[in-house]
Design a binder for this molecule. Structure first.
Ligand SMILES: [Zn+2]
Length: 199
């Protein structure tokens, strides 16, 4: 009974991915087994390359293949307003919308104790250090309007209070429970312009 050991190992790895349960992991594993050999190898190589050949930008912590990402390396970017986002897809959303000409800080997640994401996983100390280094006048928290985003905003505000930095949060025009990454230009622009002080 059961899968051969190598297939079982694949199922177990897939099961660790977010939103993938045992049954989905089995379905994906069986799909991979049916792929032509070169395609399966290409998938494995793509996973390896994406993980091994990227790193976190020294300034904004976004995923990049250089020491400093393109946005942080761009001298034309204003550094006074920092948009704090949950993940790289949010940076993409704001860049696509073209509504923010400043820089970013990427947390790579939001607080989620039941999923094991605690404050120490979000690099909050690095953000505090970046603020303390100077040159930043305002932090705009562009976090998703959900339970995790709200909790993250509170923890950030608390950690940053001693720095005296101005902190705002995107306006509540964003539908509750939605994700920043899926919002269109008009909504993002309204949310940014209507941002409200958090501290
Ligand atoms: Zn960067």
């Amino acid at each position: 009974m059961g899968f051969p050991r190598s297939v079982e190992a694949l199922v177990r790895e897939l099961e660790k991915l977010p939103g993938i349960g045992r049954r989905s992991a089995e379905r994906l594993a069986l799909h991979i087994l049916k792929l032509p050999h070169p395609e399966a190898v290409a998938l494995a190589r793509a996973i390896r390359d994406a993980r091994v050949e990227t790193r976190r930008c020294v300034d904004c912590k976004n995923v990049t293949d250089a020491e400093r990402c393109e946005i942080c390396a761009d001298p034309e970017r204003a550094s006074s307003t920092l948009l704090v986002v949950e993940d790289p897809r949010d940076v993409e959303a704001f860049e696509r919308a073209g509504v923010h000409r400043g820089r970013y800080h990427v947390l790579m997640g939001a607080l989620n104790p039941s999923d094991g994401v605690e404050p120490r996983h979000l690099g909050i100390e690095e953000l505090v250090a970046r603020v303390r280094a100077g040159g930043i006048e305002e932090l705009v928290l562009a976090l998703d309007p959900d339970f995790e985003g709200d909790g993250t905003a509170l923890v950030l505000a608390e950690a940053l209070r001693p720095t005296g930095i101005k902190i705002t949060r995107l306006a509540r025009g964003i539908p509750a429970g939605s994700s920043i990454e899926h919002l269109n230009r008009a909504v993002l622009q309204d949310a940014l312009e209507g941002r409200r002080p958090l501290l």
